[in-house]
Design a protein around this ligand. Structure first.
Ligand SMILES: Cc1cc2nc3c(=O)[nH]c(=O)nc-3n(C[C@H](O)[C@H](O)[C@H](O)COP(=O)(O)OP(=O)(O)OC[C@H]3O[C@@H](n4cnc5c(N)ncnc54)[C@H](O)[C@@H]3O)c2cc1C
Length: 381
């Protein structure tokens, strides 16, 4: 679909803020659909390299630097369509349609697509230069290697994978203690059968999961555990050589004016992906307030066609007509290369816990990293 140029003689500017999986997914999708005669796309990213977050848990125990790629080849299939600009976005001027960078530069847009994701803790908060990023992961790997007692706070999917990857790699030589506020891993969004299966697998791996307990990192080599047993609260301090915290991450939206956001900092959007405040500003990925489990997985399926059709409509002065609904309901967790667990909502069967071999086939080997890294050479996912 080529954009109709009738509305204007100058090229329309699409600016994408954030080069995570949604930002590069957007560029990759638009690259194949838009005509550089009429449209120019700028992806602004603060990091030198694309980091596919799902590799981070395994990158704690195995060097996956080969999948941390610069953005150089992203526009390869259609180089005249656009460019990647390195820089930290620090503000927006929606009246003047400008994105402001820390460098002092401003970039003008006709349509702005926000994909800044969330702000996470280690091992998901790599710095911005290539060298610093590789050094960051190397330092984390050494820290894991040199630690005997590792405490992971929060048994969400990241906490479970971090614990499972470490135990799977190091076995009995590490004590991994996983603290979780609830009575089973994950959250009640997931079916009890799956949560029980995850609990069983973590136990089998030797992860010491402490349920119904809150953990507080004292940042002095101790963690305070606040146990809650039928209303009785008691505190206990344990020692930790390393603490990793998996609590719900905050949207990385500090640079976006507050009128765009809800009280939790998520960008408020319609099901067209347009922000509630401004029809020319879109937001996809972890930073928006669409009520779904935030996953890289949703960057495929129907989200890109919906975004593309609606952005095209706005650029052509038409009313966006495509509506996003979450199509895929699934989760897969990997604990090393050989152990995996997951579920998928299957037609006619509803949410179904998948046999281990299916998860292993789908994800374990390289966490899709090889395929996703090809995006940096213009590959379409
Ligand atoms: C450890 C881990 C494992 C996961 N495993 C899975 C999985 O197995 N399957 C799955 O589907 N999902 C998984 N997820 C979730 C998935 O990774 C996220 O949903 C997805 O990465 C969100 O993509 P995004 O593009 O919205 O944000 P991000 O991937 O976080 O990308 C945001 C980008 O924006 C850039 N940015 C932010 N602010 C600025 C700024 N002000 N200026 C310039 N650049 C900026 C960042 O540097 C970053 O590159 C996992 C997440 C984690 C942390």
């Amino acid at each position: 679909m080529a954009l109709n140029p009738a509305a204007s003689s100058r090229r329309k500017e699409i600016v994408v803020v954030g080069g995570g999986i949604y930002g590069v997914g957007t560029v990759s999708y638009f690259l194949r659909k838009m005509d550089p005669k009429f449209v120019h796309v700028t992806l602004i990213e603060k990091r030198d390299d694309f980091i596919y977050l799902p590799i981070n848990c395994r990158n704690l125990v195995e060097d996956l630097s080969e999948y941390i790629k610069p953005y150089d080849g992203l526009f390869n299939p259609n180089p005249s369509l656009g460019e990647v600009k390195k820089g930290l976005v620090i503000g927006l001027d929606r009246q003047k349609k400008l994105v402001k960078l820390e460098s002092g530069e401003s970039v003008r847009y006709d349509v702005l697509i926000l994909t800044p994701g969330c702000a996470w803790n280690d091992p998901n908060s790599a710095p911005s230069t290539h060298e610093e990023t590789l050094a960051y992961y190397q330092a984390l790997r050494e820290r894991v290697q040199n630690s005997k007692n590792i405490v992971v706070i929060g048994a969400g999917s990241v906490g479970c994978e971090v614990s499972g990857e470490i135990k799977s790699r190091y076995g009995r030589s590490k004590n991994v203690i996983l603290i979780h506020a609830r009575e089973l891993p994950l959250t009640p969004i997931y079916m009890p059968k799956l949560r029980k299966k995850v609990a069983g697998m973590l136990k089998k791996l030797g992860v010491n999961v402490i349920y119904s307990t809150l953990g507080y990192d004292n940042r002095d080599g101790t963690v305070t555990l606040q146990h809650n047993s039928m209303g009785n609260v008691s505190n206990e301090d344990i020692e930790a050589d390393m603490v990793l915290t998996d609590i719900t991450p905050k949207p990385n939206t500090w640079f976006i004016p507050s009128e765009f956001k809800n009280s939790g900092g998520s960008v408020q959007v319609l099901d067209t992906f347009q922000t509630v405040l401004d029809p020319n500003v879109f937001c996809v990925g972890d930073a928006n307030d669409i009520p779904e489990v935030k996953q890289a997985l949703h960057s495929r399926g129907n989200s890109m066609p919906v975004l593309f059709n609606n952005v095209s409509a706005v650029l052509e002065g038409k009313k966006p007509r495509d509506h996003y609904v979450t199509l895929r309901h699934s989760l897969s967790l990997t604990f090393g290369r050989d152990i995996g667990v997951g579920y998928m909502k299957l037609p006619g069967l509803g949410p179904t816990v998948l046999p281990e071999w299916v998860v292993k086939k789908l994800k374990n080997e390289d966490l899709h990293a090889k395929r996703i890294a090809k995006l940096m050479n213009g590959f379409s996912p």
